[in-house]
Design a protein around this ligand. Sequence first.
Ligand SMILES: Nc1ncnc2c1ncn2[C@@H]1O[C@H](COP(=O)(O)OP(=O)(O)O)[C@@H](O)[C@H]1O
Ligand SMILES: [Mg+2]
Length: 233
Amino acid sequence: MELYTLNEVSKYYERWNIRTREKNINYVIKNLNLTIKDNEFIVVVGKSGIGKTTLLKMLGGIEKPSAGSIFYTNKELYQCKESEMEGYRRKEIGFIFQDYRLLDEMTVRENILVPQILDGARSTIAERKMKKLTKVLGISEKKDYYPYELSGGEKQRVAICRALINEPKVILADEPTGNLDTFNTELILEILLRIKIELKKTIILVTHDKGICKFADRIIEMKNGKLQEQNIK
Ligand SMILES: Nc1ncnc2c1ncn2[C@@H]1O[C@H](COP(=O)(O)OP(=O)(O)O)[C@@H](O)[C@H]1O
Ligand SMILES: [Mg+2]
């Protein structure tokens, strides 16, 4: 089943050139076509500044394309009502980032529970889910720790728990191993692979690092706003 369909998606920024007093249009992404199937592990690789984060934000419902359309299942994302879009962001996708984005003043437990609280979930159910996830990801001993008391690998595992707790279909990962050493990079990639296989999630990971592609079903290279499928099998 096709989960995402991108048709001729472009993203550009208009800027006034103060010197020439002309309007410049800078394309980040130009006429991009892509389909992503349910339960795929996709890695998008490309140099810094090429538009990887922009692509993920567009898929995540937080950056409207300048032109073209993005379908999620049979719904055109940026055409639906704001309430539907909020539901999409809250229930269908989970984000993880290079810098973890945990809330410093909250414990591991509280960080993981945030999406459930925002979703109005019952606290007993939320607690149960949180306990299960921390156990699966090997951080159940750290539930009452604060982010500053954790290693990078542990922080990213907390962030993965938080991304999973609302049971989304898709994990969008923006350079998730960018701040980690080799050991933790491997660990996080293996966790993502297990999430794909055991929890049947779709993983879309963007990175500048070609070395982390080994678990991908598909590798797509981003170059000059265009995509190029890499042959891996
Ligand atoms: N608000 C903005 N205005 C103008 N240009 C922007 C804006 N946001 C992003 N860009 C440009 O988009 C390009 C791609 O950025 P990004 O998607 O973050 O790249 P990557 O994640 O691949 O490093 C960059 O050149 C950046 O300058
Ligand atoms: Mg980026």
